[in-house]
Write a protein that binds this ligand. Structure first.
Ligand code: TRP
Length: 461
């Protein structure tokens, strides 16, 4: 690993906000707001700033095909504003027609934070799911489950563990010889979390998107790599034109692909596999199909990059028919973190850095009054030089959480920058918005409290 390579530690308290560098190093794609249907404030304001393969989800939405959303929560501590951002995005995907699955990471929080499973369950329901309900997720289209009581996620993690090794964990997570093995097992279970909704008994093959903060990207890189490594068929652009489909032979498909134990090849068997690839291409409407088992590929000269997604799904279906897992690498979206109220990182263990969703209104007011300000030290200087809304917590929290009205926000921004709006006035605006938002949340929490159990999947009640 190069010296200036960045390693993100999803359990660490350091938080890299060098988003450009993260994007470049890990190959995230900038989010193109203009492509998004009914964008939320998080999208309109560029807070959701990057993605991997979100196109396959938007295409499913456009073509009326199913897609899923998966997110997970650590049932420890209290839920704060930062946690609500994923809920906002899950709601948006749900409005667009996605089904939502929520993993309660009780195994992870037991292993990495010492929270007993029973305690994790209580916290998940009374603190997290109660707020997911209040924030407006639809219980009819949401399934909450516990890692500890859904064996298939553990099994999948175990099974896919075979396709990675400690070197990969070292390079993805920065592990060393002292690393506790809980930090090896937890990511594998999380791989199971992310991939299992595609299994037939959990909704079947479809794109699944995972909205996260960049701190969780290591888990996505791991999961995407592992899913791809299990695939039986590869698709790549042909150097001539069109696309090539080839077989990816490994021990799980060697027999099905006619690789005999003595090292010889069962040509008839291979020919049959190629025929099935040709049929899959025909089902997609291709007529120009050149099958060359000897060269090891099926060539689709008229296929373009845009056909890749449909082709991949069809080949994953074929893989499943032939006995494979047929897993599609998950999509993901990434959001910026709101700054902590003190100007540092937002953290549940530092109550002054954030607003908890159960903070009372007096506490909310007090925290905002004391929040880090982007104003000048004196009124005179502020009037003369103007303030900086980019680092002003009151402004930032209206932008991230409390204020839906883009025009009002733009007004506050320019008034603050010009010095017309004072730091204290900005804080008062924020207190007003926050108070309205928190009051509404409290009311919704009371109204939806009885729905919490409706969110639970049948295996988790
Ligand atoms: N590791 C996540 C956290 O620290 C929780 C989690 C578990 C999760 N499984 C997940 C997040 C799947 C996203 C997707 O908060």
């Amino acid at each position: 690993m190069g010296e200036d390579e960045l390693v993100i530690d999803p359990w660490g308290s350091a938080q890299s906000t060098d988003y450009d560098r993260i994007m470049a190093q890990f190959g995230l794609t900038p989010m193109d707001r203009l492509l998004l249907p009914e964008p939320t404030k998080l999208h309109r304001r560029g807070i959701v700033f990057a993605h991997r393969d979100v196109d396959q989800v938007l295409e499913a939405h456009r073509t009326g095909n199913p897609f899923g959303v998966l997110t997970g929560l650590m049932p420890s501590g209290q839920m704060h504003l930062g946690h609500s951002m994923v809920v906002e995005q899950a709601k948006w995907f749900q409005r667009l027609g996605g089904d939502v699955t929520i993993a309660v990471a009780d195994l992870e929080s037991q292993a990495t934070r010492g929270i007993a499973l029973q305690k994790g369950r209580e916290v998940a329901l009374s603190e997290y799911i109660a707020h997911y309900a209040a924030l407006g997720l639809d219980p009819q289209k949401t399934n909450v489950y516990f890692q500890s009581t859904r064996p298939v996620v553990q099994r999948l993690g175990f099974q896919l563990g075979k396709r990675t090794n400690l070197n990969e964990f070292e390079s993805i997570y920065g592990f060393s010889g002292e690393t506790n093995l809980a930090h090896v097992q937890a990511p594998l279970v999380q791989v199971g979390d992310i991939l299992h909704p595609q299994l037939d008994e959990f909704g079947g093959l479809r794109p699944v998107v995972v909205p996260v903060g960049v701190d969780q990207d290591p888990h996505l890189r791991l999961t995407r790599g592992l899913a791809s490594k299990t695939n039986w068929f590869n698709i790549k652009p042909s150097s001539a034109r069109g696309m090539l489909v080839s077989l990816s032979i490994h021990d799980e498909n060697a027999a099905a692909f006619g690789q005999l134990p003595n090292g010889r090849v069962d040509r008839e068997r291979v020919g049959h596999v190629f025929d099935r690839v040709v049929e899959a291409a025909e089902r997609l409407g291709f007529s120009d199909i050149i099958s060359s088992p000897k060269q090891g590929h099926v060539h689709l000269p008229s296929a373009t990059q845009r056909d890749t997604h449909g082709l991949r799904l069809e080949l994953l279906r074929l893989e499943r028919e032939m006995g494979g897992l047929g897993l599609l690498a998950p999509s993901s979206t990434y959001h910026h973190f709101a700054v902590g109220m003190t100007g540092d990182k937002m953290s549940s263990s530092q109550p002054k850095t954030t607003l908890f969703l159960r903070d009372d209104l007096a506490t909310v007011e007090k925290k905002i009054k004391r929040a880090f300000s982007g104003g000048q030290p004196t009124v005179e200087e502020h009037r003369r030089l103007g303030g900086n809304p980019d680092i002003d917590v009151a402004y930032q929290y209206m932008m991230y959480f409390f204020e839906d009205d883009d025009a009002y926000l733009a007004e506050l921004n320019s008034a603050f920058r010009s010095g017309a709006l004072l730091a204290g006035e900005m804080k008062q605006r924020c207190i007003d918005s926050a108070t309205a938002w928190m009051k509404n949340l409290q009311e919704r929490r009371d109204e939806t409290a009885h729905l919490v159990n409706d969110f639970l999947a049948d295996d988790s009640r």
